[in-house]
Design a protein around this ligand. Sequence first.
Ligand code: CO
Length: 211
Amino acid sequence: MRNLKHLFDNNRQWSQKMSELDPSFFPTLAAQQSPQYLWVGCADSRVPANEIIGLLPGEVFVHRNIANAVIHTDLNCLSVLQYGIEVLKVKHVIVCGHYGCGGVRVAMQTQEFGLIDNWLRHLKDIYQKHEAVLDTLPDEQRFDRFCELNVIEQVYNVCHTTIVQGAWRRGQSLSIHGWIYGLQDGLLKDLGVTITQPDEISALYRMAVKS
Ligand code: CO
């Protein structure tokens, strides 16, 4: 199919509906964006950032990749963090994982999938780090806990980027949150690892990975 007509039809209807609700909606957005939130989530089609948290275009700056990983040398993710924090001046970075994450599941297996295995290698490292605890859990519980631990580790990674460290040093108000989303019920859970300044990192991290 050369033209995805139904998607353009959807788009026209959506655009029309938004303009009817608020004629200034698009002109205002076109002039500027000033989101308060930066979302780092999984690329999974079932976890769309805006819909889940009920925000309109313009309200959340988004970065998504497989298994919501924040890799220290990933220029794509780091650039989003830098632009979001230093230019847009977001107040909150939300790392949001989800239960039933395919990327996390694959990282628990030995089966090979190609290029993606290199990306998921980072998650395998996280598994190894927490192996002693994870290996004691029954399968489904182990998978859920690994999904949670992945979020906690990525929050930790966000906090240690030069971008977040620099923002805090400059006295910029910035909180990093770790959430997880349930595909079964569409509900978010706060993992209780919100970090607002550098001296909170170690204690919260230790508590979070233990609980
Ligand atoms: Co996922």
